[in-house]
Design a protein around this ligand. Structure first.
Ligand code: SAM
Length: 220
């Protein structure tokens, strides 16, 4: 596990699972669309795609994607969140683990899409962000997509101030071999404008060039 606690654990002390699930249940009961993230990802996926929900929390998005026919694995470091996911969807794969050590979980790589929604990136342990982005990129197949949603100002974060800028995030992605494909302001795919307080980003792990030499030199 990270030496420093992730910011989510600092905020919640690892006790947030049931409250978080109740919050989304209330939103759904009051008529809010709580499936925006899943719908956004589903629109990018072929049928029965492999999805890694990184920082899956209570599993609300991975459960929905599985209902839509995708094969989802959820990873989270907070056992109170994962307990809800396991109760709601016992047949799905839920792994307790640290995204900064994703390589220790024995996951088959080659995911079609890796999702880090719900401010996972701004809530990581300080200093671990580039490592986590590198692990998420490594989990993708060539041509696979990293989809992230993150607040960039206090109004869009459960934190007093932002912890990540888009320039930093794009640099970590570029260092991990990812290329920005699309950036939106919402999960409804409204266009992102500079200075916006929330960003949904789609980065792609480029496919190896067809003319790659022996050993498969990629264009990463
Ligand atoms: C606000 S919750 C979002 C949960 C879920 N993605 C959603 O949108 O409902 C942020 C999640 O990131 C997880 N997280 C933060 N740092 C992590 C790490 N290093 N490894 C795994 N999960 C992490 C937290 O435990 C928490 O469940």
């Amino acid at each position: 596990m990270s030496e420093q606690r992730d910011r989510w654990a600092q905020l919640t002390d690892g006790q947030a699972g049931e409250d978080y699930a109740r919050r989304f249940a209330r939103l759904a009961e009051s008529g809010h669309d709580v499936h925006g993230e899943a719908a956004f990802c589903a629109a990018l996926l072929a049928p029965a795609a492999r999805v890694l929900d990184a920082g899956c929390g209570t599993g609300r998005i991975a459960v929905r994607l599985a209902e839509l026919g995708h094969r989802c694995t959820g990873v989270d470091i907070d056992s109170s969140m994962l307990a809800v996911a396991r109760r709601e969807a016992p047949a799905q794969e839920w792994l307790l683990g640290d995204l900064s050590r994703l390589d220790t979980l024995g996951l088959e790589p080659d995911f079609d899409l890796v999702l880090a929604a719900g401010n996972v990136v701004p809530l990581l342990a300080p200093g671990t962000e580039p490592t986590v982005v590198r692990h998420l990129a490594s989990a993708l197949r060539p041509g696979g997509l990293l989809v992230t949603g993150m607040g960039l100002d206090a109004a869009h974060l459960p934190l007093p101030e932002p912890t990540v800028t888009l320039a930093e995030f794009d640099r970590w992605c570029a260092d991990a071999g990812l290329v920005l494909r699309q950036r939106c302001a919402t999960w409804d795919a409204d266009p992102y404008e500079d200075g916006g307080g929330y960003a949904v980003s789609v980065h792609v792990r480029p496919a190896a060039r067809p003319d790659a030499g022996p050993g498969g030199v990629s264009d990463r």
